[in-house]
Design a binder for this molecule. Sequence first.
Ligand SMILES: C[S@@+](CC[C@H](N)C(=O)[O-])C[C@H]1O[C@@H](n2cnc3c(N)ncnc32)[C@H](O)[C@@H]1O
Length: 389
Amino acid sequence: MEQILKLLETTIKEEKLIYAVFSNIRKGVDKEFKKLKIKPVLIKNERKWHFEYEYDTKVTHENLSDVEAIDIAYGLCATYFKQAMIYALDADYQILLSKKGIPKILKKAPSRNTFDLSHNRKKNYIIEENVPNPFLHALGVMNEKGQVNKKRYDKFRQLNRYLEIISDCVPHLDTTKKIQVVDFGCGKAYLTFAMYYYLVEMLHLDADIIGLDLKTDVIEYCNDLANKLKYKNLHFVQGDIKSFAGLNHVDMVVSLHACDTATDESLAKAIEWDADVILAVPCCQHELFKKMHNPIMASMEKHGLIKERLSSLITDSIRANVLEIMGYNTQVLEFIDMEHTPKNILIRGYKTGQINESAIKEYKEFKHFWHVQPYIEQAVGKTLQERIK
Ligand SMILES: C[S@@+](CC[C@H](N)C(=O)[O-])C[C@H]1O[C@@H](n2cnc3c(N)ncnc32)[C@H](O)[C@@H]1O
């Protein structure tokens, strides 16, 4: 822990710290806030450290002196968080703490080199505005100077929100070896490019990413762009999720807005590969709409609009439940706020390998209540069917 204290002291006292994010709460700790972000601010011409604590439903702030900032940040590393990213002028530091609290500090070339000390500046995005970025320029989100195209601002925010989610997943991956990632239903691949940029160009991880989609023209376009950008470990393949073969192991499986039961196919592949991390944002679920029924729910089922939303929620609850049954610690999060897309449920699974018996019971009762036979059972196959017998 000495090394961490030293790192905090030098970056804070010597004013090298540009931005820091602490995340991933340790097991067995009483959870309060889930993330801490630190940045320097100027208040009445005095430099302070702005601490932003992110809770489930609120955010709080405080501005601290050097000594207070070091003290609190160090205390949280020692007892509360498992991971921190420190972006300093000289380097990016990633702090990882093992289950036993043993620290590891990875040092990479600096990815940021500018300060913004204004107190109420706009949201601190992982990919910053006004910093030229070749892939966002190529995708038409930014111009060559790094200014975000006004009409594409939603996309810019969505990409950054997505990268925050990816940054939370990193400690769940074994970054000591090459990480294999697959993005199913990648489409035009804004998010695939963003993920590559973050993992490989910003964090300098050894990662290989494959984007898969049904559309040949889109795949050609994405491969051309990856070549132009010299993203040598990013490849796009045309094909159907269900029949995708050729990889024995994948560490992280992503599917964002893959249509209808394509999400189930993607979850099934991830389970088959024993992926450490699964991210799925489902889209246009039609599967259960016609099958679900329970007379007690008549007030909801009789209105098409309500029934449609209900059937989506049932489908996603079932998917999350299946991941728990298959040994994943599963959360359902908001992907991006409602005003930007109604398809905003993100199902996230971190592999624990532990079979959750209460999840099996819940699953059976839920299925029975709705009188449904979800497609995911067929997609995952025997391993799931045997567990829920
Ligand atoms: C709505 S787009 C989402 C694109 C991208 N993931 C995003 O979030 O911007 C859905 C994509 O999934 C692809 N897709 C749907 N079903 C698929 C399947 N079974 N196998 C591969 N791709 C599929 C479609 O071709 C389409 O490009």
